[in-house]
Design a protein around this ligand. Sequence first.
Ligand code: ATP
Ligand code: MG
Length: 257
Amino acid sequence: MIDNNNVILDVRAISRHFGALKAVDRVSFQVRKGEIIGLIGPNGAGKTTITNLVTGDLKKNAGEVHYKGTDVSSMQPFQIARIGLTRTYQIVKPLQGMTVEENVLVGSLYGRGNRINDLSNARKTVHDVMELVGLYKKKDFMVSDVTLPDLKRMEFARVLAMDPEVVFLDEVMAGLNPSEVEESMELVKKVREDRQLTIVYIEHIMKAVMGISDRIIVLHHGKKICEGSPQEVRDNPAVIEAYLGKKYAKEVMKANE
Ligand SMILES: Nc1ncnc2c1ncn2[C@@H]1O[C@H](COP(=O)(O)OP(=O)(O)OP(=O)(O)O)[C@@H](O)[C@H]1O
Ligand SMILES: [Mg+2]
């Protein structure tokens, strides 16, 4: 359920450049509790960099991030994660030399609630989230022995085991086949409902983004170029141009007239 009166995440004019490249250029947006926000844009638009800036993985050049009323701009990623704002990694980050279950356990031990001294409850959480994402049967596999889609599921399970309130999911569906994409969409919707989670959902599979987002934010060359309902975004000329280039965008717009 979306709580329209509760802005849980308030991103204020954040910027990050790499040399002359403005990877993220004064981007602002707000997320309400319980929303699924789609964050889209062509390759290199700045989606992962925004995630890194919000979760403290990367330093901002300017701007602020407020989470549940607290300015988290200068906090460390582990501190931000412990108060419930966290993310998955587009390039999966398994802890090598460990099993799938142990990787997820790390999330449970060091996430919100910091269960490091509460192993039995941490294990119970791990069991539940691994069932939820369909990974339980592979719990004893070493991470080096599972496929990329399973590592993506593991990333998702690990972040859920942290008991977050806001999660940035950075391309958790990459590499999945069409029926797995459908399953994954249902799963994202289910965890939003069951856990009252707020999700910022980064994905190139348009069907998935359009199907599950309440609102969509579109980035292009580090700037926010559009924000609105899936319908509004789909019909926006600037968005069509960003994806297709000027020439083809004109043809599409003409055809739609
Ligand atoms: N550490 C870095 N050093 C230099 N340039 C970087 C660094 N990280 C990102 N960039 C550049 O910043 C821009 C934004 O990258 P980012 O990874 O945020 O894009 P993205 O929208 O996530 O793209 P994709 O859809 O391919 O994942 C790109 O031009 C990228 O090459
Ligand atoms: Mg990315």
